[in-house]
Design a protein around this ligand. Structure first.
Ligand SMILES: [Zn+2]
Length: 311
């Protein structure tokens, strides 16, 4: 069932404030919401002598209520007993808390109507499949705002073919395509991908117990085609080639899902590839040419169109 569409368009000039103001310091001045003051109280930080791990007998005093606090509840986190490990005297979760409260005050409360609509339903136009690599955050680099992209991330941004059976990636695809009815699927690869490097390092006949290798073998066709055309290049160059080749193989794998294939043939769904180079901060984007690719399907070839290079 298609969700109700929201009253604002995706990827248009946003009514939200831009991400450029992320992580400012938190003001002590209160905001007034629904007639109730929202107080952002400075946190009395407790540094502990537990540098890394939890003590086994520590009592976790989780003061958070089981009920969501709601907008009318004062945020009065006066004294927190942190059992979180510290790093160089800095409490990572204390910083995280400040980031969250900053988001709430500067984004959520400033765009309350949008977030109230989002609380009722979502209607993203994009399904994004990206690598789990911490440097490749699609929402951060491409500016997706909440509600604009349904995202799943896995090692090496691979899409297993339909016949491989269920994984969390195709579970997410099923929901995004059949329930949310996204109009675009974007598979994003990236430079220096460790998952692709693991794929390219695999031995053909090794039956590994490694979870990583058991997963990245999904991209074996990309590895084979890379070896076929780029064997004269250095290993690093072969990996760069495979990073892009695996994206295109994933685009073709998407077409093995009957419900994706059907929507693509009806023109309701487009399939795109993207490549983020975080060394020089460039982004390539392209679209699978379904008409041409289907003509070449038996040969295992694909055709692309609408290439763009953003630098
Ligand atoms: Zn990666």
């Amino acid at each position: 069932m298609a969700p109700a569409f929201l009253g604002f368009s995706s990827l248009s000039p946003l009514s939200y404030k831009s991400f450029s103001s992320d992580l400012p310091g938190i003001s002590a001045s209160p905001s007034t919401i629904f007639g109730t003051q929202l107080k952002l109280v400075e946190i009395e930080q407790t540094h502990l002598s537990l540098p890394i791990s939890f003590k086994s007998n520590s009592v976790l005093r989780l003061k958070a209520s089981m009920e969501p606090p709601g907008l009318t509840q004062e945020l009065t986190n006066s004294k927190q007993e942190s059992i979180i490990g510290t790093r160089n005297g800095s409490d990572l979760f204390n910083e995280m808390k400040h980031r969250f409260l900053s988001f709430k005050r500067q984004k959520f409360l400033e765009n309350l109507e949008c977030y109230e609509n989002l609380a009722k339903s979502q209607a993203p136009k994009f399904m994004v499949i990206a690598c789990a690599d911490s440097r490749v955050c699609p929402s951060y680099i491409l500016g997706f705002q909440p509600g604009e992209a349904f995202v799943v991330r896995n090692v090496a941004n691979l899409v297993p073919p339909f016949e491989n059976g269920p994984t969390e990636t195709n579970a997410a695809l099923e929901f995004a395509v059949n329930s949310l009815e996204v109009e675009n699927i974007l598979v994003i690869g990236h430079s220096c991908c460790g998952g692709i490097r693991a794929l390219m390092s695999m031995q053909d006949d090794v039956n590994s117990s490694s979870f990583i290798r058991s997963w990245v073998v999904v991209g074996k066709n990309a590895r084979l085609s890379t070896k076929a055309v780029a064997s004269n290049l250095s290993f690093d160059q072969q990996c760069r080639h495979c990073e892009k080749e695996s994206i295109n193989r994933s685009l073709m794998s998407l077409l093995t899902y009957p419900w994706i294939h059907e929507r693509v043939t009806k023109g309701k769904l487009s399939i795109h590839g993207g490549y983020y180079n975080f060394v020089d901060c460039t982004f390539e984007k392209w679209t699978l040419d379904y008409e041409q690719s289907s003509l070449r399907e038996e040969s295992g070839k694909y055709s692309l169109k609408n290439r763009e290079f953003w630098s």
